[in-house]
Design a protein around this ligand. Structure first.
Ligand SMILES: Cc1cc2nc3c(=O)[nH]c(=O)nc-3n(C[C@H](O)[C@H](O)[C@H](O)COP(=O)(O)OP(=O)(O)OC[C@H]3O[C@@H](n4cnc5c(N)ncnc54)[C@H](O)[C@@H]3O)c2cc1C
Length: 370
């Protein structure tokens, strides 16, 4: 007999967990105060880049991201086939660029440890680099090429995921305005503003940057904070940039729909999603430094989203207390799109009584003290 799981939050994390639980025979009830995919998940650039996003060393977060990337092709195929919807998924590979010798040395160091952990990356310079990415600035000294990294078109992915959830029987309740967790110790009851009550065997918290709101109710520290990401897109000729291009200041990625997406700022601005001139100007300066042809162009679309960052940079992923009545899956910061398959698998495995790998202990929600 499957369990009934009440899920708070309809971003990529809530939807992924709902999909995985539903297809394993559970009943997911998804509660969203607004509309699904309307926050960080719909704003994302869609890069699946655990090697480029982890520059320090092979910690638990790197392994989680790498595992999620490994799961992606099967996950993508399942969502595409169950939803009947196509979403862009490109195995473009990435280039992490450096302008100075010190940065080039840092890339060399990174390559050494990443090669020990499955990267087939190489350091490219000169003609070899410019053949791969012809419009790249000649000021770029070197780049770390990582063929294993991919990207997808996040708004379409999230929509397909939602559709797959609906077709597999997830119960959706959107535009609820506000929710209160009325009971969570012996049973789960969540009450909406209009008085409707939703009951289940478990509560799964996937409320992204808003997760901290449940601190008092659940009686634990949930140090999740919003970090605004401002991002923009140029209208591009077909694929002027062939890879995802990263530097320590930003990234650029070409999409099939003829846009060139460039992100993103990291602003401490509370829950404000305003796009500022200053934020976009910074991106534009970086863009034209990396790709001089962009000096003549103006982004036609600008937007912002709130990344759920955490005190230690790791998500809160796993049961809250021994009974496992409440499970957290929040705080995926810059990598929620990448981490969606592995998060869904971890949550569903836990509910199915499958022992989670030891590395998951690094993400235990109870790790923060007052
Ligand atoms: C500009 C930008 C670029 C990004 N690029 C990438 C990228 O390239 N690759 C990548 O992997 N990640 C990227 N990210 C990060 C990624 O978008 C996030 O990590 C991910 O979307 C988090 O998903 P989520 O479901 O936790 O949060 P969200 O998508 O924010 O969803 C949370 C949901 O919970 C709802 N909610 C809030 N409170 C409640 C409540 N009390 N009850 C019910 N529902 C509630 C909200 O309305 C919202 O719909 C980017 C983010 C930004 C902003």
């Amino acid at each position: 007999m499957g369990e009934t799981v009440v899920i708070m939050g309809g971003g990529v994390i809530g939807l992924s967990c709902a999909f995985e639980l539903q297809r394993r025979g559970h009943q997911a009830i998804l509660l969203e105060i607004n509309r699904c995919g309307g926050q960080a998940s719909g704003a994302a650039a869609g890069m699946l880049a655990p090697f480029s996003e982890n520059v320090e060393g092979p910690d638990a977060f790197f392994h989680l991201g790498k595992e999620s990337l490994r799961l992606y092709p099967g996950w993508r195929d399942a969502i595409r086939s169950i939803s009947g919807r196509y979403f862009e998924y490109s195995d473009s590979g990435s280039l992490y660029i450096a302008y100075h010798e010190a940065d080039r040395l840092a890339l060399e160091g990174r390559l050494l440890w990443q090669r020990e952990h499955g990267s087939s990356g190489v350091l490219l310079e000169g003609d070899e680099l410019f053949r791969k990415e012809p419009l790249l600035s000649r000021q770029v000294k070197a780049a770390l090429y990582t063929p294993a990294e991919s990207h997808l078109y996040a708004p379409d992915y999230v929509e397909a995921l939602e559709h797959a959830c609906r077709l597999t029987g997830v119960h959706f309740h959107e535009q609820l305005g506000g929710l209160e967790v009325a009971e969570w110790r012996d049973a789960v009851v969540v009450q909406a503003k209009d008085g409707r009550r939703f009951g289940g065997d478990r509560l799964l918290v996937c409320t992204g940057a808003w997760a901290q709101e449940l601190e008092e109710t659940l009686g634990i520290r949930i140090p999740v904070y919003p970090i605004r990401g401002q991002i923009c897109a140029y209208e591009a000729e077909i694929n002027p940039v062939h890879h995802m291009v990263f530097s320590n200041q930003g990234y650029l990625v070409s999409k099939e729909n003829g846009t060139l997406v460039c992100g993103a700022s990291e602003d401490v601005a509370g829950f404000d999603t305003t796009v500022t001139e200053r934020g976009i100007e910074r991106l534009r300066n970086w863009n034209k430094q990396a790709f001089p042809f962009l000096a003549e162009q103006t982004p036609f679309h600008r937007w912002a989203g709130l990344r759920p960052s955490t005190q230690d940079g790791y998500p809160l992923l796993g049961p809250l207390e021994e009974s496992g009545r409440v499970i957290m899956a929040a705080g995926h910061y810059r990598n929620g799109i990448l981490l969606s398959p592995v998060t869904a698998k971890a949550v569903a495995d836990y509910i199915d009584g499958i022992k989670l790998p030891e590395m998951m202990e690094a993400f235990a929600p109870g790790r923060f003290t007052y």
